[in-house]
Design a binder for this molecule. Structure first.
Ligand code: ATP
Length: 235
C-alpha cells in the first residue's frame, strides 16, 4: 500500500533521514518508534508532501507521494494528524472537524455522515461540539486532531505522537480509538516514543535512530528484542 524507498531528507547540510525503506500493507497498524530528533516528523512531513526528499521516493497505491504537493496526498487518501495537534484554538470543535473535510466540500451529505462517525468514535466531542477547541483537555484535543484527519476520509492515516503529554489512562483511550479506526479499514502509520502503548496495538514496527531504520519486525519480534526492551520498554 505504502512503499518508502531509499528516502533521504536534508535540511541544508544536515541529513535528517538516511535512505529509509519501509512498507505499510493494507489493514496494518505500523509503528515507528524513535526518540526526539530521530526523524519521525521529517518522514511524516515528507509523506504528506510538505517536505521534498533529497533522495528516493514514497509510492502509495501506485502513485508517487513525494512530489511536494500536500493536496495531492490528501486526495489520494493519505491524511496526517500532526505532532502537537495544531488545532485552531478559537474555533469550535465542529469547525475544526469540518476543516478536515475541505477536500470533500462539494459532498455536504458525505461530510455530515463522516462527522457523525467521528462523534460516534469520540462521543465526548459531540457534547463539546460548540466549545472552542482550545478549551478542551489535552486528550480531547488529540481526539479532535484525529477526527479532523479522519474527515478527509483517508485510507492511510499518519499519526504523529498522539500520546504526547497525555495521562496514561487517556493514552489508552486514544489508542483504543485508533484500533477501532483501523478495524474499520484504515491503515495506520503511527510514530511514537511511548513504545509500550504503541506496540500494544501494532502489527509491525520499525525503530528509527539518528535518521536510520535500525530494527524492524513484527510486534512480537520487537517486544522480545533485547535492544527494544532496554532502550524503549525499560525492562
Ligand atoms: P520530535 O519528536 O522531537 O519531533 P522527530 O523524531 O520527529 O523528533 P524530526 O522533527 O524529524 O524528529 O527531526 C529530525 C532532525 O532534523 C532533528 O535533529 C531536527 O533538529 C532536525 N530538523 C527538523 N526540522 C528541521 C528544519 N526545518 N531545519 C533544520 N533541521 C531540522
Amino acid at each position: 500500500m505504502l512503499e518508502v524507498r531509499n528516502l533521504s531528507v536534508r535540511y541544508g547540510a544536515y541529513t535528517a533521514l538516511h535512505s529509509i525503506n519501509l512498507q505499510v500493507n493494507p489493514g496494518e497498524i505500523v509503528v515507528l518508534l524513535g526518540a526526539n530528533g530521530a526523524g519521525k516528523s521529517s518522514l511524516f512531513r515528507t509523506l504528506s508532501g510538505l517536505q521534498r526528499p533529497s533522495q528516493g521516493e514514497a509510492v502509495y497505491d501506485g502513485q508517487v507521494l513525494t512530489l511536494g504537493r500536500p493536496e495531492r496526498c490528501v486526495n489520494l487518501g493519505v491524511s496526517q494528524c500532526p505532532e502537537g495537534r495544531l488545532l485552531f484554538a478559537q474555533l469550535s470543535v465542529e469547525k475544526n472537524l469540518r476543516l478536515g473535510g475541505y477536500t470533500h466540500r462539494r459532498d455536504a451529505a458525505g461530510n455530515q455522515a463522516e462527522l457523525e462517525r467521528v462523534y460516534q468514535l469520540f462521543p465526548v466531542l459531540a457534547e463539546k461540539r460548540a466549545d472552542p477547541a482550545g478549551s478542551l483537555s489535552g486528550g480531547q484535543q488529540q481526539m479532535v486532531a484525529i477526527g479532523r484527519a479522519l474527515m478527509a476520509r483517508p485510507k492511510l492515516l499518519l499519526l504523529d505522537e498522539p500520546s504526547l503529554g497525555l495521562a496514561p489512562l487517556v493514552v489508552d483511550q486514544v489508542f483504543a480509538a485508533v484500533q477501532r479506526v483501523n478495524e474499520a479499514g484504515v491503515s495506520v502509520l503511527l510514530a511514537e516514543q511511548n513504545a509500550f502503548a504503541a506496540l500494544g496495538i501494532a502489527h509491525r514496527a520499525y525503530v528509527l535512530e539518528g535518521g536510520k531504520v535500525t530494527i524492524e519486525g513484527s510486534r512480537d519480534e520487537l517486544l522480545h528484542d533485547d535492544r527494544v526492551r532496554s532502550a524503549y520498554l525499560g525492562v
